[in-house]
Write a protein that binds this ligand. Sequence first.
Ligand code: ATP
Ligand code: MG
Length: 312
Amino acid sequence: MKKVIEVKNLTKEYKKLKAVDDLSFDVYKGEILGLLGPNGSGKSTTINCLLSLLNFSNGSIKIFDCDMKPDAYDLKRKIGVVFQDVSVFNELNVIDNIDYFCGLYIKDKITRKKYVDEAIELVGLTDFKKFYPKQLSGGLLRRLNIACGIAHKPEIIFLDEPTVAVDPQSRNNILDGIKKLRDNGATILYTTHYMEEVEILCDRVIILDKGKILASGTTDELKKMASTSEKVSVEVNDLDNKKIDKIKTLKNVDEVTYKDGILLINYKKGKNNLVDIIEFLKQENINYNKIYSERPTLNDVFLELTGKELRD
Ligand SMILES: Nc1ncnc2c1ncn2[C@@H]1O[C@H](COP(=O)(O)OP(=O)(O)OP(=O)(O)O)[C@@H](O)[C@H]1O
Ligand SMILES: [Mg+2]
């Protein structure tokens, strides 16, 4: 796989605070790499360093094997960026906003019109072409922000939390659009604090906290770091201690709790845990209302690594 971005030992300090602390990572051609971390973990600072918008105290950044510097205009032309805060012109309607940003890169009018139309189609703003930003809902405004950043078909795209505070419909639209950009060949760096999004979207994930990389890998690899491999919950009334003790001795069981009519069983490993517990409940004539199994989430991994939740 071809390396498109190479970050080595990147450190950015604000007085005594290390906003980014010795980050090293690579981004490969055609992948979506997720930077997942809570508020203040250093996601935007990393992106701003990659764009050479910020000076940094230590480290190096290479894009397409060239040093990224403030005057690396040839590299900057290959990058599209969607900032965390919406930045569009209130005086221009949807089509003119996208045309303005695309026009910074694409001079030919016919090509530009094609690119602008394709960006509008990609983010689903076809019915809103003549709308001004103030007439758009929060979700539609975010979609416009994205279209402005990607219309010129950049090879690399940085997206900084593009789905914050949007409705589910816009969120799905945005995530589908980003997958299409990847499928069309773009390399994407995507920041978010929503673990569900990286699961749906990202080929690889870096978990950040306090400016440091805590872990990285595919979502499956990261989930294997969780000490629990499966949690089964059972809604059941009047379970006595004898039965609970018996459950504790079943295969693969790690921990058992019973509170407010919910029996929670944590398993260390194993494949047929749900089948086994259903069988056990039947044998013991224990009636239950509902039973369900959950695999560990990235939040569980984050919790184990840091002792806190991804989201406040
Ligand atoms: N200009 C600045 N001056 C001082 N500290 C800053 C500045 N910009 C960012 N920071 C601090 O650096 C740390 C990282 O901030 P950053 O904005 O990169 O985090 P983030 O992961 O993007 O957070 P969010 O999810 O809230 O966008 C935070 O502690 C933040 O307060
Ligand atoms: Mg940020």
